[in-house]
Write a protein that binds this ligand. Structure first.
Ligand code: IMP
Ligand code: MG
Length: 183
């Protein structure tokens, strides 16, 4: 089994590139059917979702636009904990069909905050497309309409996802090897 070393950890292939791309095609077909006749705006959460977004958008058979945003890592505190801020959205989304494109939903807290921020701008609808979801870690209820793969709670890199900034260029999706696990 092919293993790669990234910094101090070893990773092995979990989802080969062909399997990822086949599933991205299925999700793209589903979105194209569901939103036929509409002109959605893809809102891509940087950095991790950039490769998924490029592959997904090229496979959509409908007119669509794209915008890239970032959730700041930390702004301040509130009774609910850390508060993040949305950076980079220039488009007016009022009345529009929006698709949030994410790399991974882990606890779901980032997605929950993003949904709250975008909902306040009165889009017609917000859909979620996430490459990966870790259902075992979800702390909030989310309707993830378009999920490519549900995965266990292990740490993943590749296809846009990183470990301390590295590994995003791996073409397949890799999981941390048991002997390289952090805990
Ligand atoms: P959440 O707010 O816990 O859902 O955090 C989601 C973010 O955590 C993602 O956008 C990733 O940046 C990061 N993340 C969560 N799990 C992984 C993983 O397995 N590999 C790489 N990044 C991850
Ligand atoms: Mg992300």
């Amino acid at each position: 089994m092919e293993e790669v070393q990234i910094r101090d950890k070893k990773f092995k292939v979990f989802l080969p590139e062909e399997q990822v791309l086949a599933r991205v095609q299925e999700i793209a077909d589903q979105i194209s059917r569901d939103l036929a006749g509409k002109k959605p705006l893809l809102i891509v959460v940087l950095n991790g979702a950039f490769i998924f977004a490029a592959d997904l958008m090229r496979r959509l058979s409908l007119s669509c636009e794209i915008s890239f945003v970032r959730m700041s890592s930390y702004v301040g505190t509130s009774s609910t904990g850390l508060v993040k801020q949305l950076i980079g959205l220039k488009e007016d989304i009022e009345g529009r069909e929006v698709i949030i494109v994410e790399d991974i939903v882990d606890s779901g807290l980032t997605m929950q905050e993003l949904l709250a921020i975008l909902s306040a701008k009165h889009p017609k609808a917000i859909h979620i497309a996430s490459l990966l979801v870790k259902p075992g870690n979800l702390k909030v209820g989310l309707d993830i309409e378009y999920c490519c793969f549900k995965i266990p709670n292990d740490f993943i890199v590749g296809y846009g996802l990183d470990y301390e900034g590295e590994g995003r260029n791996l073409r397949s999706i890799y999981v941390i090897s048991e002997d390289g696990a952090t805990d």
